[in-house]
Design a protein around this ligand. Structure first.
Ligand code: S3P
Length: 190
């Protein structure tokens, strides 16, 4: 039996470092799965009424992390959406568990060169707006990679066509959504 798609489907959370392709891949897979696409950064910007860059400047990173937690806890639909999560969203303690309780979690990966290339013109990434972005990327990857790797299945997006990554992800989603439903049914019976 195929897993459900559309508005009733189990949510899919895409996590991974800045620039690994969460938004592009997420938008594409949402189309394939007939689900709604949500970018956590965009949704939070709408709620706070300002840009992430300005919010970091005025309120600081930890206030932004609180907004991310609220978004996951109560700021998005419980079914039918593909969520591209900001790179730091799953890092704080308890966030991976929150995501895994709400749906399927898949990590995307890319090498530091790809990440730097894809992020160099962005101004929504204050953490990389420093004199040595390459050093910062390496440092943050060292801190975060184990968390991304342990969260669930992973896909590398380096040197792969977008469409190929999207179809690969859709297959993983179907498999993992079945597992998620079976384990939810199992825990309801216990
Ligand atoms: C961040 C990643 C960004 C954005 C913010 C902080 C991070 O999102 O949430 O600049 O800590 O890795 P993307 O991963 O979509 O670039």
């Amino acid at each position: 039996m195929m897993s459900r798609t559309g508005a009733e489907a189990i949510n899919l959370y895409l996590i991974g470092f800045m620039g690994v392709g969460k938004s592009a891949v997420g938008r594409g897979v949402a189309r394939v799965l007939k689900m709604q696409f949500i970018d956590s950064d965009r949704a939070i910007e709408e709620t706070i009424g300002t840009s992430i860059r300005e919010y970091f400047e005025k309120e600081g990173e930890s206030a932004f992390r609180d907004r991310e937690r609220e978004f996951i806890e109560s700021g998005h639909p419980s079914h039918g959406c593909v969520v591209a999560c900001g790179g730091g969203l799953p890092i704080a303690s308890g966030m991976i568990e929150l995501l895994r309780a709400r749906g399927v979690v898949v990590s995307l990966f890319a090498g530091p060169e790809t990440i730097l290339e894809r992020t160099k013109h962005s101004d929504k990434r204050p953490l990389l707006n420093v004199p040595d972005p390459a050093g910062r990327v390496e440092e943050l990857l060292r801190e975060r990679e184990a968390i991304y790797m342990q969260a669930g299945p992973g896909i590398c997006t380096d040197n792969r066509a977008l469409q190929e990554v999207i179809l690969h992800l859709a297959r993983i989603y179907h498999r993992e959504a079945m597992r998620f439903s079976n384990s939810a049914a199992g825990s309801a019976e216990r």
